[in-house]
Structure formats: structure tokens, C-alpha cells
Design a protein around this ligand. Structure first.
Ligand SMILES: Cc1cc2nc3c(=O)[nH]c(=O)nc-3n(C[C@H](O)[C@H](O)[C@H](O)COP(=O)(O)OP(=O)(O)OC[C@H]3O[C@@H](n4cnc5c(N)ncnc54)[C@H](O)[C@@H]3O)c2cc1C
Length: 387
């Protein structure tokens, strides 16, 4: 680099990446570029509302990014650690001194499931959610909808659509809300039943058709739209760039969130796997990880040893339509306790949590360095899992 500034490129403008760019502004001589494929921030935690027509999911980056952060609307196609460059989908190249990898997660369908790629509708990315929203707009209100996958996302989608008068079936393929405590699960089941959602707990889907789902016992039920929410994947960028990843494709880092291959590359959010033991994919973890990634880069620029992560979870929050929700309290390591807050109070907490994610990003924009880890969760030491 010919100028005196340190160039930091952050790939991915989600919860982790926006906190990271704002946190980097603690250093006034850093030249900060955020690369993101869309010109607006996507609140993924509201995509089920966007689909059901009960909320919006995009926010103007102008209201989230601190002064001096350059937003480049493009996608990273490859990271070259040797030359410290990022090749962009547009063909441009960006030089960096440090890079923060915050590409988040994806929500595709399973290629192993017959018919899913052709006929099922994922929801976990904005464009997918938009496609589903458009499809729903063409359907009569009583057309049968099947939601496959009864994790937190599947439950939120099913409840949101049912509350809007849709006919919804939720296929669990095992357990409803496996990450909740037994009493929490019972409370969710009660609310779904009140909303008229048909919950098929043990049934599993074997094939998706354009107008039906086929179950593993051979039963065929009509389904005008089949929504696919069986889990998140991650972008392939780290893998195609030759950086080591876990089996899913999350960038392997140490406990400072630094890539085990390159100390100029730091990762945060859903796409990071610290010590091969990734945190639960959530904005609850992504925001603090973004702050930590910024701190790690700032420490390295200053020639100091970066701190290690020390995340503790509070619990999980699920909306069950607009009028109810559940806040499941968890131990610091994210295992659920038999304690939860349900009903309208649960909905109010969930709404406050959603608002607080944007509030946190904006606070970091006006006061860089204000987000810290909630301390206490035990993390393995470097080398404990990655020999
Ligand atoms: C319907 C739904 C409800 C949810 N509810 C909750 C909840 O209640 N609580 C909770 O904690 N979590 C929830 N989550 C999960 C949460 O949204 C994610 O864990 C969170 O978004 C992760 O943040 P992130 O910054 O790592 O990634 P993201 O928010 O996914 O951001 C990553 C960004 O990187 C961009 N990107 C990807 N590839 C590239 C590339 N090659 N070049 C440039 N940019 C790229 C993406 O387009 C995106 O803008 C929910 C998710 C969904 C889908």
C-alpha cells in the first residue's frame, strides 16, 4: 500500500459485518470498505413477517453505518490471501491489509430430497422470501401450505402465516422445537393449535411435488406451497478461496476469531467456526462476534495480542404471530432451562429483541466500541479442538 491508511475490507453487511465496520471506526486512520450484494441491510429475523405481509425486512444502510464507512454493492467471489486481494463478482479487485469474513448463512433446499429444489420455497434469504411472498399473493387464502422443519424459523413462519388466516401444516420430522425445554415446547404447541396450525410431529417428508407433499409412510397431502426451513447452510467463499473450513463451510478460526490459515483474515457471525465449535447461528452471537472481530483487527494493527471470545447466551426468542411469543431462558452455554415467558409478554420481548439488534448497530455507529460480549460461556482453548 502506498498510503498511510490501513485498509480493512469487511465482506458481508449483516448483523456481524455492520457491527464490525462500525467498531473499526475506533481507529480514525483505518480505511473501511463494506462489501455487500444488496444496497439495503436485510433484517433476516423479520423475513417471516415480510413473507406474511406483517412487516418489512430491509433497512437503509445510511441509517446504520458510521461516517467514513464505504459501502460497495458487490459480492466477493474469491479471497487471495497471498496477494491480499478480494476478487469481486463485478470483476473488480480490492486490496486489503485486514479482512473480516462475515458472509452469514444461507437457506437453500436439500438436494437429496426429491422435488425440493424444484418445488419447495426456502425463506432464509431476502430473495427467497420475496419469491415466496409473491407466490402467496397468487394463492387463495385457504390454499394448503406445508412448512417443513420445526426449528425456530419453521415455527415462526407457520405461526405468522396462520395468524393471517392461512391454512398451515407444520411437518416436524421428529420433535417440535427441539432446542426448547419440554414445558416451552408444550407452550408453543398450544399456541400453534390455537392458531389452527396442524402439527405433524413424527411425520417426515419424502418428496415434494408442485401441488403436494409425499410422506415417508407413502401418504400424499395437498400442498399449494411447501416452505423449506430444515436448517441453514453457509456460502462457499472461504472454501473456494482455499481457507480451511468446518464440514458445513464455516471459516475455521482460533478463539480471537482469526483464521487458522491467515492472521490477516478474521471471521464473525454464522460463517465462523471458532475452534471448530461454532456458536448457534443467531444474531445474538453475530453482533458480539462482529464487535470482537473489529477488536481483534484493531489489536493486530496496534501490535497487541487480541482478546479471546467469551460468549454467553441468554436464551432464544420466538414469535408466534404478532400477538404471542416465547422467550426461552437458557444457561450460558445455550442449553434451555424450564423457565420461559410466553403469550403477549413473550411477543413484547421478541419485538424488543428485534428492535435492539438495529439499536445496537446504530449505537456502535455513533459510539464505536460500545458492544461487548456477555461474558461467561466456556469456550475451548486454542488447540483444544484443532490440534
Ligand atoms: C426467519 C428467520 C428468523 C430468525 N430469527 C432469529 C431470532 O429471533 N434470533 C436470532 O438470534 N437469530 C435469528 N435468525 C438467524 C439470524 O438471522 C442469523 O443468525 C444472522 O442473520 C446471522 O448474522 P450474520 O451477520 O452472520 O449473517 P447475515 O445476517 O446473513 O449477513 C450476511 C451478509 O453477507 C452477505 N454476503 C453473503 N455472501 C457474500 C459475498 N460473497 N460477498 C459479499 N457479501 C456476501 C449476505 O448477503 C448478507 O447481507 C433468524 C433467521 C431467519 C431466516
Amino acid at each position: 500500500m502506498s498510503d498511510q491508511h490501513t485498509h480493512v475490507v469487511v465482506i458481508g453487511g449483516g448483523y456481524a459485518g455492520t457491527v464490525a465496520v462500525n467498531g473499526l471506526r475506533q481507529r480514525t486512520d483505518a480505511d473501511i470498505t463494506l462489501v455487500n450484494p444488496r444496497a439495503d441491510f436485510v433484517q433476516r429475523i423479520r423475513l417471516h413477517q415480510f413473507v406474511a405481509g406483517t412487516g418489512t425486512a430491509t433497512v437503509d444502510y445510511d441509517s446504520l453505518l458510521g461516517d467514513g464507512v464505504r459501502l460497495l454493492v458487490d459480492a466477493a467471489a474469491r479471497i487471495d490471501s497471498d496477494t491480499r486481494t478480494v476478487k469481486l463478482a463485478s470483476g473488480r479487485k480490492l486490496d486489503y491489509d485486514y479482512l473480516i469474513y462475515a458472509v452469514g448463512s444461507t437457506g437453500g433446499t436439500s438436494s437429496a430430497m426429491p422435488g425440493a429444489a424444484e418445488f419447495a420455497y426456502p425463506i432464509a434469504e431476502f430473495e427467497y422470501a420475496q419469491r415466496l411472498r409473491d407466490r402467496l399473493a397468487d394463492l387463495p387464502p385457504d390454499a394448503p401450505i406445508t412448512v417443513v422443519g420445526a426449528g425456530l424459523t419453521g415455527i415462526e413462519v407457520a405461526a405468522e402465516l396462520a395468524e393471517q388466516g392461512r391454512t398451515v401444516r407444520l411437518v416436524c420430522g421428529g420433535t417440535l422445537a427441539p432446542s426448547l425445554s419440554a414445558p416451552g415446547r408444550r407452550s408453543v404447541a398450544k399456541r400453534l393449535s390455537r392458531l389452527g396450525v396442524e402439527v405433524l410431529e413424527t411425520a417426515a417428508v419424502a418428496e415434494v411435488r408442485s401441488d403436494a407433499v409425499v410422506f415417508d409412510n407413502g401418504a400424499v397431502l395437498p400442498s399449494a406451497v411447501t416452505v423449506w426451513t430444515t436448517g441453514f447452510g453457509v456460502p462457499e467463499l472461504a472454501r473456494v478461496s482455499g481457507l480451511r473450513t468446518d464440514a458445513l463451510g464455516r471459516l475455521l478460526t482460533d478463539e480471537t476469531l482469526t483464521s487458522i490459515d491467515d492472521d490477516r483474515v478474521v471471521a464473525a457471525g454464522d460463517a465462523a467456526a471458532p475452534s471448530g465449535q461454532p456458536l448457534r447461528m443467531s444474531c445474538q452471537a453475530a453482533g458480539p462476534m462482529g464487535a470482537q472481530a473489529a477488536t481483534t483487527v484493531l489489536s493486530r494493527i496496534a501490535g497487541e495480542q487480541p482478546a479471546t471470545i467469551n460468549q454467553a447466551f441468554l436464551g432464544s426468542c420466538i414469535s408466534l404471530g404478532r400477538r404471542a411469543g416465547i422467550f426461552q431462558v437458557a444457561r450460558r452455554d445455550d442449553t434451555p432451562l424450564d423457565v420461559f415467558i410466553a403469550g403477549r409478554a413473550g411477543a413484547a420481548i421478541k419485538e424488543a429483541v428485534c428492535k435492539s439488534t438495529l439499536w445496537g448497530i446504530r449505537r456502535e455507529a455513533t459510539k464505536p466500541g460500545s458492544i461487548h460480549w456477555r461474558k461467561g460461556g466456556r469456550r475451548p482453548a486454542r488447540g483444544e479442538l484443532l490440534g
